[in-house]
Design a binder for this molecule. Structure first.
Ligand SMILES: Nc1nc2c(ncn2[C@@H]2O[C@H](COP(=O)(O)OP(=O)(O)OP(=O)(O)O)[C@@H](O)[C@H]2O)c(=O)[nH]1
Length: 421
């Protein structure tokens, strides 16, 4: 089964708004019965959205993953239960987001820290920068220390949110102040090794997508490989910047190593919108009715001698590049390099699929899976060895002088096993 087929199972045809996520509410939060760790059987990373009431958690989730327009969030009702949202819109971008009610109380006996923080990949803590943030900092400290004790591998991401209402100076001052106070408090309590990452965000511009891109990237184990591939592609094709986008969410799952500036990111996001919108209106739709398919390719020339170049990588991912017009004279080279790049990405997916299949075929318990994977690295020492008796120089090349040992326990032990052969 190809990974595309598997994806289809998760993800209905087309890219209609709101069609890609499965939003399910589990009823009012009533503690353990409501939150079962087995609800995450595929081991998809979990991202928790926490923060005080009205800090903007649900708005972030709706705008980034459900295409809600920012103005509509004004009418969102307060969340009073944990809302779990499964994001399965690309092979790489697969995770669950749990949106917590602002008033969640860690000291409530119903709140099962072990279970909630145990299987969590990242914890996004949202602070309303337009409000007095002293209470939020206290809650941040409490949340981080609780979560860290349960699971020291969680990545802590702090969104200093609603910065659209602040002047540039005010933004920087707020970030500096929050950063300092949050870290000082953690140090005082002896949590020196906790690392908090800070982002200035707003749902009214692309900053929230950029911040979420970085949060998600940290959960993608293949990120270094993808970045490497992008670096090779960019440096051999005269491209200034390249982003590998998840088309539906417009989260970039990887980029080359040159610094990301917001303007380039916004341009590339807008390009995806233009391409998908124009394809929806004028494109010939395939059997699935998808606006983005294997033929999706677009070129936009800007009036500053810059070119935006988009190519489909697979059903869910697009490569969007920014390059100077004179470098595009060698389009053949860029196209060729792109094909190599796409094939390499395909291989990354295939390896991932194999690992997933191996894990599905075995007993779901982690121990047995590990055992099965390890098994593939163990070989019989009699099989692995070739001995050769050399009497004269020509014997080195002569296959007939090679033979397998009848026993090798003197070197490899009674079990005749070689590990990691
Ligand atoms: N100016 C501005 N307002 C925002 C932003 N994000 C969210 N809001 C507004 O903040 C208000 C609260 O947003 P919610 O998403 O309901 O907040 P919440 O944290 O989920 O609240 P609870 O469910 O009560 O915990 C809404 O009126 C949003 O429109 C932002 O980036 N800028």
């Amino acid at each position: 089964m190809s990974y595309e087929q598997e994806e289809e199972d998760h993800y209905g045809p087309g890219y209609e708004v709101g069609s890609y996520t499965k939003d399910y509410n589990d009823g009012p939060y009533d503690g353990e019965s409501d939150l079962n760790v087995n609800s995450n059987p595929e081991g998809k990373p979990r991202i928790l959205l926490m923060g005080l009431r009205r800090s903007g958690k649900s708005s972030i989730q709706k705008v980034v993953f459900h295409k809600m327009s920012p103005n509509e969030t004004l009418f969102l009702e307060s969340t009073n239960k944990i809302v779990k949202d499964e994001i399965s819109n690309s092979s790489f971008v697969q995770f669950q987001i749990w949106d917590f009610p602002g008033q969640v109380d860690f000291f409530d006996s119903n709140f099962d820290c072990e279970m909630i923080f145990g299987g969590c990949g990242a914890l996004v803590f949202v602070i309303d920068a337009q409000d007095d943030y002293i209470d939020a900092l206290m809650k941040l400290n409490l949340t981080v220390t609780r979560a860290y004790k349960v699971n020291p591998n969680i990545r802590f991401e702090v969104f200093i949110h609603k910065v659209d209402g602040l002047s540039d100076d005010h933004k920087i001052e707020a970030q500096r102040d929050i950063h300092q106070r949050a870290n000082d408090e953690l140090m005082e309590e002896g949590f020196d090794s906790v690392n908090l990452s800070f982002y200035l965000t707003s749902i009214y511009d692309h900053s929230i997508f950029e911040a979420f891109s970085k949060v998600v990237q940290k959960l993608i184990p293949q990120l270094p490989t993808l970045e490497n591939l992008l670096n090779i592609f960019v440096s051999n094709s005269g491209i200034e910047k390249a982003f590998l986008f998840d088309v539906v969410s417009k989260i970039y799952i990887a980029t080359d190593s040159s610094p990301v500036d917001m303007q380039s990111y916004e341009l590339c996001c807008d390009m995806i919108d233009v391409v998908v919108d124009i394809s929806c209106i004028y494109g010939t739709k395939d059997a699935d009715g998808a606006a983005f398919d294997h033929q999706s390719l677009s070129l936009i020339k800007l009036n500053n001698s810059t070119i935006l170049y988009l190519r489909e990588v697979n059903r869910f991912l697009a490569l969007v590049c920014i390059l100077r017009e004179d470098h595009f004279a060698r389009q053949g080279l860029i196209d060729y390099n792109f094909v190599c790049f796409r094939n390499a990405i395909q291989e990354v997916f295939e390896v991932r699929m194999q690992v997933q299949q191996a894990s599905n075929n075995t007993n779901p318990s982690a121990g047995s899976y590990k055992k099965n994977v390890l098994q593939t690295f163990i070989i019989d020492s009699n099989e692995a060895l070739d001995l050769k008796l050399v009497r004269k120089p020509s014997d080195v090349e002569n296959e007939e002088t090679t033979f397998k040992p009848e026993m090798s326990h003197q070197i490899f032990g009674e079990k005749y096993k070689i590990k990691f052969y």
